[in-house]
Design a protein around this ligand. Sequence first.
Ligand code: NAD
Length: 491
Amino acid sequence: MDDHRLLNYVNGRWQAASAVESLDVFNPATAEKLATVPLSTAADAETAVAAAAAAQPGWQRLPVTDRIQYLFKLKMLLEDQFEAIARIITQECGKTIGESRGEMRRAIENVEVACGAPSMMMGDFVEDVARGIDELMIRQPVGVCAIISPFNFPGMIPFWFLPYALACGNTVVVKPSERVPLTMRKVFQLLEQLDLPPGVVNLVNGGKEAVDALLDHPDVRAISFVGSTPVARYVYSRGAANGKRVQAQGGAKNPIIVLPDADMDMTTQIAADSAFGCAGQRCLAASVAITIGEARHTFTEAIADTAVSRVVGYGLDESVQMGPVISRQSQSRIEGLIAQGKLSGGTLLVDGRAPQIPGYEQGSFIRPTILQDIDPHSELARTEIFGPVLSLIHLSSLDEAIALINSGQYGNMACLFTSSGHAARRFRSEVQAGNVGINVGVAAPMAFFPFSGWKESFFGTLHAQGKHAVEFYTQTKVVVERWPQEWSRKF
Ligand code: NAD
């Protein structure tokens, strides 16, 4: 028996997956092996769905005011274990401890917002839509919901969904990324302390086989997915073909525009944090900076200096500003894209490949990298790199920049840096992106706003977080009631 082999949490108990296949999980900074994750089989996923399905009617009958008491308690446990969870995120995912804390703060914020479910679930009522007839709309849970998450926010992303699904009376099966399974193990150890009825929350470790089983199981009524665009598209189509409601967030290629009237010091700092924060492994990372007019020179010089000065290392060291990327494979893929950018005519202004980080020689590090004079129509300008690489493009007007952005396949985020209200207002209105930043580099919506995303960054209708989540996790029921006048007269 491998002590490192992780267990699933099903029906209120930790239990071994029946899976034979497994993967090793490594700390991307130290290359230390952290765990072995079972690649749960379809049968493992089905056991979890059966537990969730059995628990759902009882959970739904519990008043919403009682259901949210569990969330209040969960918030306290998360606060209590805040630092411990942040450390796990840094150890398995690589981001800095400060970034892990930021991630968990947003996770907790989602728990807080979901505690407002009694008001967010409110229905409608109209008396006397016709003589003696009333009509009402109530929101009821959809049933068993599956949550499938990516590697880059192992703590936050499941919380875009989980607290709302539970508050609305659903039961859940969570399938974290097989590359970062330890954060959800810790979270489920806390969920276990809530004494929820068995089966209300379930954890299934694994990859594609477990996902496919969830997509095909008739008792799973809703799928919340976050990951790369090809998989998001696949999950959306297969889930929808099976009659489920699906929200599937995909990849991104986020542009920022820098106008010459921008505050250049502030813009550079913010742009660098956006491009190189989380080692660029963030769906809201700036990947392309489009400079207009004179901004070309001032911004280019300043961002190059900032990139070179970033402190790169193991994220548990508080002085480190950027950690490794998730794996050696990811490092090679990113380095390959940098080489391709150079081949297709770009100039490597700052080359962050193959850095030596003393003490962490086995880690999968890339330093901040900047490519300039990238052809706006080249593959590099359009491909999601998901690493600390910023491509610079120069154009002559805001019109051209907006047209270029709107011709892209993704629509997760777009940002503008300017001191002109007129330019900002036009950009906000015309740019095709679900999350827009004005003098902001990571336009991540607070938990009470939907995490929008357009085009190939999102498949579905209702987004994660806030009221959208409540709508996604409830189905509306309209009731028309007749109460004849003569019955009333009896009293
Ligand atoms: P991924 O698509 O490889 O994996 C996401 C999830 O899907 C994992 O749980 C994985 O086990 C599962 N999966 C992978 N391949 C599958 C397949 N063929 N069939 C069924 N399931 C499969 O994504 P990742 O590499 O873990 O995460 C990075 C990606 O996620 C990036 O593209 C990033 O932009 C995106 N992302 C998007 C958002 C957003 O809000 N739009 C947020 C975070 C990350």
